[in-house]
Design a protein around this ligand. Structure first.
Ligand SMILES: [Ca+2]
Length: 467
């Protein structure tokens, strides 16, 4: 037993403690948790806030079912398995910390449920397998229309955000997803539809999947209608990897249809885009276009893989400054940009320095000479940029619209000018009308004086009464 530690002996029912700093246990208040979890069962319109749950040995330290509940400012960290669990529809989980849990942070989910402005850090410290379940967010199965917004998802020993066998309509936006050991976002057997796609937009995804073959970015695995729009991919082995699974007997795993990879920046990414086409699967109507690619320095993947693959120093040097696109495993069939375009992809995309403000310090704003400015396509779902500003009439590539604030200000200015102009015209009209009215009255007075100057007011009244 070490100082500050304690244990409970079941047989005798005694609690043994070793207080720190030679404190006398007879003179201190000692708090002992009697429950290892909090199961709130089915609730509606309940708000839970300012609660900390730590060191729970339970599978699910906090479970909440029902609908329209709000979880706010919670710290559910250092627990042994999954921090939040339960079906909670139309619920909101916000401003909370879900860090360093044994398996994953967030399994609580429901239709129209929102995760907003949370920190999801360092989960899966017990190193559960990525082929099973782990990570920051892990949702399974059959839930629609969730929103994952403005979260920081970092340092998880697994994927950052993992949708598994889910429905359509989810939005993953404005998150910072970094330093996770696998894919930043994994969409697995989760089918959107043309009417209700899964949208991944305006995210910043960097430094994930270090030491892996092509992980780090977004993996669209046997899923349909996933739209990857206006994200930034920086310093990753792979950007967007899309594939179906010919060897699985489940038909749902054999399709990859209608996915879009548009308006994204890929900076220092070894394999920016792979769309795997092979026999035995239905891969069709997938689009990649209006993206920007650049690898000015050296991507680190080849050097990281040098030992594992027994690559020569010459080979590493040859490969690390290149980018490849793939229609197979990138180990087998790597394409140059021209060859990739020959397959009909990225016909309007460019290879150019995006001229970001300070990417090595993770400031990814565009600067004024960036070729990303106005070179995207105006697609639905990205009317606003990562900072919530409306994009101008020509969308930029990447999460930031360069001149959105300026143009918003200009628009406001224009509106102000227009309003002032309208007001001025009204004033002139009123003044002219008044002058005109005075002229008429003056004329009437003149005419009356000349024609009927002797007619008395009283007679007029009499005339009026006769009517
Ligand atoms: Ca623009």
């Amino acid at each position: 037993m070490i100082e500050g530690d304690f244990y409970y002996e079941n047989k005798t029912g005694l609690l043994y403690i070793f207080p720190p700093n030679n404190l006398n246990p007879n003179e201190e208040n000692i708090e002992v948790g009697l429950y290892t979890y909090l199961n709130l069962n089915k609730q509606r319109y309940v708000k839970i806030k300012n609660l900390t749950i730590r060191y729970s040995s339970s599978k699910h330290p906090l479970t909440l079912q029902g609908n329209n509940n709000i979880i706010e400012n919670l710290d559910v960290s250092y627990n042994s398995f999954i921090a939040l669990a339960g079906y909670c529809h139309n619920c909101t989980i916000r401003n909370s910390k879900l860090n360093f849990n044994g398996n994953s942070a967030a399994g609580m989910f429901g239709n129209f449920t929102i995760y907003e402005n949370n920190i999801i850090k360092g989960n899966n410290y017990r190193n559960f397998s990525m082929s099973w379940s782990c990570g920051g967010f892990k949702f399974i199965p059959n839930i629609y229309n969730m929103i994952i917004r403005d979260n920081v998802v970092r340092d998880n020993l697994c994927f950052g955000i993992w949708f598994d066998t889910m429905g359509g309509g989810h939005i993953i936006e404005r998150n910072i997803i970094t330093n996770n050991s696998g894919y930043g976002v994994m969409i697995e057997i989760s089918n959107g539809t043309r009417e209700n796609p899964i949208i991944i937009r305006n995210n910043i995804i960097y430094n994930n999947g270090i030491g892996t073959w092509w992980e780090g970015g977004v993996y669209i695995s046997s899923s349909d209608y996933v739209y990857v729009l206006n994200n930034l991919f920086y310093n990753l082995p792979g950007g967007v990897i899309a594939k179906a699974d010919p060897n699985n007997p489940d038909m749902r795993r054999k399709t990859l249809i209608g996915n879009k990879i548009i308006n994204n920046i890929f900076l220092n990414v070894s394999f920016p885009i792979a769309i795997k086409r092979e026999d035995g699967v239905l891969v069709k109507n997938n689009t990649a276009d209006y993206n920007l690619f650049f690898n000015p320095d050296k991507t680190r993947m080849w050097r990281d893989m040098k030992e594992e693959w027994g690559l020569s120093e010459e080979k590493v040097r040859e490969m690390e400054s290149k980018m490849f696109w793939c229609d197979s495993w990138c180990s087998g069939s790597r394409k140059s940009f021209e060859e990739w375009r020959g397959l009909g992809f990225d016909l309007h995309s460019i290879i150019a320095d995006p001229k970001l403000r300070n990417p090595s310090n993770y400031d990814f704003h565009l600067t004024e000479n960036s070729p990303a400015i106005d070179s995207g396509i105006n697609v639905r779902y990205v009317e606003k940029d990562i900072e919530g500003n409306y994009r101008d009439s020509n969308y930029d590539v990447g999460p930031y619209e360069f001149d959105s604030q300026m143009s918003n200000a200009q628009t406001e200015n224009k509106v102000g000018k227009k309003e002032r102009k309208t007001l001025f015209i009204y004033l002139i009209i009123i003044i002219l009308s008044l002058i005109f009215l005075f002229l008429i009255i003056w004329l009437i007075i003149i005419i009356r004086k000349e024609v009927g100057g002797e007619v008395e007011v009283g007679e007029n009244n009499n005339i009026q009464e006769e009517y």
